[in-house]
Design a protein. Structure first.
Ligand code: PLP
Length: 363
C-alpha cells in the first residue's frame, strides 16, 4: 500500500535531533513561553522575511487572534474563499464577525479576485485569503482591492509554508498571516502548534498579550485574552525541522513536476502548472475527475491511498445551517470532483512511478 502520508517516516528522518530537542526541554525545567519559543519565533520570522513571529497554539487560533487584534467582531464582515478548509471560516465566526464567501477560480482553486468587489459593503473589514493546497493566491489584484477599500489582508498560510510570490514568502504578503504546524502540514510539529507573522509592530505587541490571557505583565490584564500559547516542546521540535523545509518543499516539487508531465488520462484534470517555481509548495496534489468516487476506489484497489480535500463545502456543513440556501456552484463542483493523490518528501521514485502508471490505466 502506498500511504497518503507517512508521518512516521517523515519524522524518522530527524529522530535523533528530535530526541535531543525533547531532552533539552525536559532538562531545562522551563516548559511554557521561554527560550525555545523565542528562538523559534526569531528563526521563523527570518525565514518568512518578516519583522515579527508570534508562536501560538494552532492555526485556527492564529487566525482568530489576528482578527481579535484588529478588533474585528460582531457587525463586521470578512471576505473568505468558499473553497477552503473550515478553519478559515470558523476563525471569523469565533470572533463574532460574519464570513462572506467568495467563489474560487476553477483552475487555481483559490479565491477569484474579480468577484471580491461585488461583496464589499460598508461592514467589510478584511479579506482573509487562503493559499489553498500550497499554492499562493493571486495577491496583486487582492492587495489593490484591499488598498482601495482600506481592508486588512490576512493570509491563511496553513498549507503554504515557504511558497513564494513576486520574490516574497507567504506570511509576508499581507498585513498578517496565520500558520499551522499541525503534524501533516509542510512544516509539522509533533502535536498542535501555530504562528502568526506580521510586519506591524503594534499588532505584534498586542498579539503577544492576547495569546497569554491579554497580559504583558503577570497578573495584569490589558485585554480579555486567551490561553493560545505555543509550548517549549513544540518550539524545540519545530527548530529541528525548519532548516529542512526548503529541501522538503523541493522534493514535493520534483514529484509534482513528474505528475504534471507524466499523468496522461483524458478523464483526469491536472492542477495548474505554477507560473514560477516557488509559487506552490504542493501541500497536496489535487486532481479532478467526474468519476471521482470510482477513481478513489480503483486507486485503493491498486494499493494507493487518497484523500478528498474536502468532501463537504463549508456552506453545506451542519455547523453553517444559516448558509444552507446560499449557492456556490463552482465550489460545489470542485468538492464533488477533486481527489488528492500521495505527495510527500519521503515518497520514493518507485512509488511516484507506480501512481502515475495506475492513474494512466484508469478507464
Ligand atoms: C490546517 C489548516 C488550518 C487550521 O490549522 P490547525 O493548526 O489545525 O488549527 C487552517 N486553515 C487551513 C487552510 C488549514 O489547512
Amino acid at each position: 500500500m502506498i500511504p497518503f502520508l507517512n508521518l512516521k517516516k517523515i519524522n524518522a528522518q530527524y529522530a535523533q535531533e528530535l530526541k535531543a530537542a525533547v531532552s533539552r526541554v525536559i532538562d531545562s525545567g522551563w516548559y511554557i513561553t521561554g527560550e525555545e519559543v523565542t528562538a523559534f519565533e526569531q528563526k521563523f520570522a527570518a525565514y518568512c522575511g518578516v519583522r515579527h513571529c508570534i508562536g501560538v497554539s494552532n492555526g485556527l487560533d492564529a487566525l482568530k487572534l489576528i482578527l481579535r487584534a484588529y478588533e474585528i467582531g460582531p457587525g463586521d464582515e470578512v471576505i473568505v474563499p468558499s473553497n477552503t478548509y473550515i478553519a478559515s471560516i470558523l476563525a471569523i465566526s469565533e470572533v463574532g464577525a460574519t464570513p462572506i464567501l467568495i467563489e474560487p477560480n476553477m483552475v487555481s482553486y483559490n479565491i477569484e479576485p474579480s468577484l471580491i468587489e461585488t461583496k464589499i459593503t460598508s461592514s467589510t473589514k478584511a479579506i482573509l485569503i487562503v493559499h489553498l493546497y500550497g499554492s499562493v493566491a493571486e495577491m496583486n489584484p487582492i492587495l489593490e482591492i484591499a488598498k482601495k477599500h482600506q481592508l486588512k489582508v490576512i493570509e491563511d498560510a496553513a498549507q503554504a509554508h515557504g511558497a513564494i510570490y513576486n520574490g516574497k514568502k507567504t506570511g509576508n504578503l499581507g498585513d498578517a498571516a496565520g500558520f499551522s504546524f499541525y503534524p501533516g502540514k509542510n512544516l509539522g510539529a509533533l502535536g498542535d502548534a501555530g504562528a502568526i507573522t506580521t510586519n506591524d509592530d503594534n499588532l505584534a505587541e498586542k498579539l503577544i498579550a492576547l495569546r497569554n490571557y491579554g497580559s504583558h505583565k503577570k497578573y495584569e490584564n490589558l485585554y480579555k485574552g486567551y490561553n493560545h500559547r505555543l509550548d517549549e516542546m513544540q518550539a524545540a521540535l519545530l527548530q529541528v525541522k525548519l532548516p529542512y523545509l526548503d529541501e522538503d518543499n523541493e522534493k514535493r516539487r520534483v514529484i509534482a513536476n513528474k505528475y504534471l508531465e507524466e499523468i496522461e488520462n483524458p478523464f483526469i484534470v491536472l492542477p495548474e502548472k505554477p507560473t514560477n517555481a516557488g509559487q506552490s509548495v504542493w501541500h497536496v496534489f489535487v486532481i479532478r475527475t467526474k468519476e471521482r468516487d470510482r477513481l478513489q476506489t480503483y486507486l485503493l484497489d491498486n494499493g494507493i491511498q487518497t484523500v478528498i480535500h474536502y468532501p463537504i463545502p463549508p456552506h453545506k456543513q451542519e455547523a453553517y445551517i444559516e448558509m444552507k440556501e446560499e449557492s456556490f456552484p463552482i465550489s460545489e463542483q470542485i468538492h464533488q470532483e477533486i481527489l488528492s493523490i500521495p505527495i510527500s518528501p519521503v515518497q520514493t521514485n518507485e512509488e511516484t512511478t507506480e501512481i502515475i502508471r495506475v492513474l494512466n490505466n484508469f478507464r
